[in-house]
Design a protein around this ligand. Structure first.
Ligand SMILES: [Zn+2]
Length: 262
């Protein structure tokens, strides 16, 4: 590890579908990345923010069993095995055991899919989200894949209620940004050269949606999502750079695949 905080983003599998899936009322095909962020902290080692799609998603037959029949096609998923988070870490020269802390923005299938690779890490998540994933409302069941976390009951979790300064040094803050899901959280990094960077995860799916206060069909609460937009706007006002996990332009703009922002 170097002596400055740094972050790179990787794409754990793309999905192609109609824009209306990620922004109510929009139309036309869009291909979106599934971002996971790999962060090196000078004192606290390797941290992940989200874990992407499960590796079974790379194989149509395995995906039929793990995700459910036909879902891979329905999601327009075009994932290669090498895109799963375990291989992404390997490509960057890390061992899975190097990951000490895994922060989950929320537990939808495209964020919690790689939990299985880190049985010895500490997971940091909002308590509300953890509980909701285990017993979601009917309308949310389709985006929480029980197979992603059925084996994780004995994992180590730090369950949060609201905002924290993760390492008590101002470098990595977690900010409650509910709406897309009940316990959704974002990560605010304090980078020396690039400045403050908010990893907004799925607080919005596209910059366009954030700009226009648009929601998406799978949002848990439009009211909470709207309050979260205002919360993020306050950060924008304070010159914090804001990126979202599924915005293709955000992915391109951030140093990715082993190019680092510091
Ligand atoms: Zn997502």
């Amino acid at each position: 590890m170097g002596n400055t905080l740094r972050v790179t983003v990787v794409n754990c599998g793309s999905m192609t579908f109609d824009r209306s899936v990620v922004m109510t009322g929009a139309s036309g095909d869009i291909t979106i990345p599934t971002a996971a962020y790999i962060i090196e902290h000078p004192r606290h080692g390797l941290i992940l923010f989200d874990t992407g799609l499960n590796y079974h998603g790379a194989d149509p037959e395995e995906a039929d069993v793990y995700w459910g029949r036909g879902l891979r096609d329905a999601l327009g998923c075009s994932m290669e095995r090498d895109q799963a988070i375990d291989r992404q870490l390997d490509k960057l020269g890390y061992q899975l055991a190097d990951v000490r802390v895994v922060v989950l923005s929320h537990m939808h299938f495209d964020h919690a899919g790689g939990m299985c690779h880190f049985p010895n890490a500490t997971f940091v998540i909002q308590k509300k989200e953890l509980q909701y994933a285990w017993w979601p409302d009917e309308f949310s069941k389709g985006v929480y894949f029980y197979n992603d976390y059925r084996e994780t009951r004995n994992y180590r979790f730090v369950q949060l209620n609201g905002d924290v300064d993760l390492f008590h040094d101002g470098t990595v803050r977690l900010i409650a940004t509910p709406g897309h899901s009940p316990g959704h959280q974002s990560m605010l990094l304090q980078l020396k050269n690039r400045g403050p960077l908010l990893l907004g995860a799925d607080a919005a799916h596209l910059q366009d949606a954030y700009r226009t206060f648009s929601c998406m069909p799978f949002d848990w609460s439009i009211e909470s999502a709207t309050e979260t937009y205002h919360r993020i706007r306050q950060l924008s006002l304070a010159q914090v750079e804001v990126v979202f996990s599924h915005d293709p332009d955000d992915y391109d703009r951030l140093p990715h695949d082993g190019e680092w922002a510091d």
